[in-house]
Design a protein around this ligand. Structure first.
Ligand code: ATP
Length: 285
C-alpha cells in the first residue's frame, strides 16, 4: 500500500461573465480564474485490498460516490482501464462549502493529479483536464491552476501571465446560494455591466495590480448583492480599509478583497472576523 498526498487549492473568479444559455441547458461563461493559498488536504491510500472508502472531516460533505473526489478516482481508473486494488481517500477540508471557491472541484482535481503522478503520468495535463470536465465545470481549471481564462462551461482553458503579487481576504457569509436558481435569475434579468476580459488580460500581461483590480467584476455580484445587503456591508468594510477591489466569487457567497498592503489585510480580516466565522487571508498560487 502507498499513500499519496496532494493539496487541493481553492479558486477565486477575478472576472465572471455569463454569455448566454446554450441548447444543452448549460451557460457559456468567460472567466479569469485564480488559484489561492487556501487548500484542502487530500490523502489517498492506494492498494488497501479493501472496498473503496472516503472520509471527510467536514459535516454535510457526502462520503460516498456523490463526492467529486470519488467521481475523480472512478473516472481516472475507467480511463486507464486499471484496478487500484482498493483505496481510501481522506479529505481535510478548509475551503468553505457552497462558497463559489470550487471546494469539491479542487478535491477532484487533486485526486486526478495525484493518481496521474503516481502512475507515471499516463495522461498529459490537457488530457487530465479534459477528464476533469466530465466530473464538473470547474475541475479542468483546478487541474491546471494558476491564472487562466476559462470559457465554454469552463473546459476551454488558456493560461494567462501570473497574477501580480497581492493578498486576498475572503469572507464567507452564512446565507446559502443555490447555483441553479442564480443561473435562472440571471436568465431573467438584463445584465447591465460586463467585465472587460480583454482589459483584464492586458493588465495581467503588464503585471499591473491596480489595473487588474480595476477590472475585477462578476456579473452575479450585483444580482446577489441586491438580495443580500450583507454583501454590500462586507464590501464597505473592505473598501474602507484599503481594498483595491472587492467582489463576490463565482456564484457566491464568498466575497474577497484584493489588497497590496499587509496592514490592510490585517485590518479587514480582524474586523470581519468579529462577525463572520469563515474569514481567510491568502495569496495567489
Ligand atoms: P463552485 O465554486 O464550483 O460552484 P461551491 O463552492 O459552490 O463550488 P462546493 O464547495 O464545491 O461548492 O460544494 C457544493 C456541494 O458539492 C456541497 O454541498 C457537497 O454536497 C458537494 N460535494 C461533493 N464533493 C465535495 C467535496 N469533495 N467537497 C465539498 N463538497 C462536495
Amino acid at each position: 500500500m502507498v499513500t499519496l498526498y496532494e493539496k487541493a487549492y481553492a479558486k477565486l473568479n477575478l472576472t465572471l461573465d455569463v454569455l448566454g444559455k446554450r441548447a444543452d441547458g448549460y451557460h457559456d461563461l468567460c472567466s479569469v480564474m485564480q488559484t489561492v493559498s487556501l487548500w484542502d488536504d487530500v490523502e489517498i491510500d492506494v492498494g488497501t485490498g479493501k472496498p473503496w472508502c472516503l472520509k471527510c472531516d467536514a459535516p454535510g460533505v457526502p462520503c460516498d460516490e456523490r463526492n467529486l473526489a470519488w467521481k475523480a478516482v472512478k473516472a481516472f481508473f475507467e480511463e486507464l482501464n486499471r484496478d487500484p486494488d482498493g483505496l481510501e481517500i481522506r479529505i481535510t477540508k478548509r475551503i468553505p462549502s457552497q462558497a463559489g471557491m470550487a471546494g469539491g472541484s479542487a478535491d477532484a482535481a487533486a485526486v486526478l493529479r495525484a493518481l496521474n503522478r503516481h502512475w507515471g503520468e499516463p495522461l498529459t495535463l490537457e488530457a487530465l483536464a479534459d477528464l476533469g470536465s466530465r466530473i464538473g465545470s470547474d475541475v479542468p481549471f483546478c487541474v491546471v491552476g494558476g491564472t487562466c481564462m476559462c470559457e465554454g462551461r469552463g473546459e476551454l482553458l488558456r493560461r494567462l501571465p501570473d497574477m501580480p503579487d497581492c493578498i486576498f481576504v475572503v469572507c464567507k457569509p452564512e446565507f446559502p446560494i443555490s447555483t441553479p436558481a442564480l443561473f435562472r435569475k440571471i436568465d431573467s434579468v438584463a445584465i447591465h455591466e460586463h467585465p472587460d476580459n480583454r482589459a483584464m488580460e492586458m493588465a495581467l500581461a503588464a503585471g499591473d495590480l491596480e489595473k487588474v483590480a480595476q477590472n475585477v467584476f462578476n456579473v452575479f455580484d450585483p444580482v446577489v448583492s441586491a438580495e443580500h445587503p450583507e454583501l454590500d456591508a462586507i464590501k464597505s468594510v473592505m473598501r474602507e480599509y484599503g481594498a483595491l477591489a472587492c467582489q463576490m466569487t463565482g456564484s457566491g457567497s464568498a466575497t474577497f478583497a484584493m489588497v497590496d498592503e499587509p496592514l490592510s489585510a490585517v485590518a479587514i480580516s480582524g474586523l470581519l472576523k468579529k462577525e463572520y466565522q469563515e474569514v481567510f487571508v491568502c495569496k495567489p498560487v
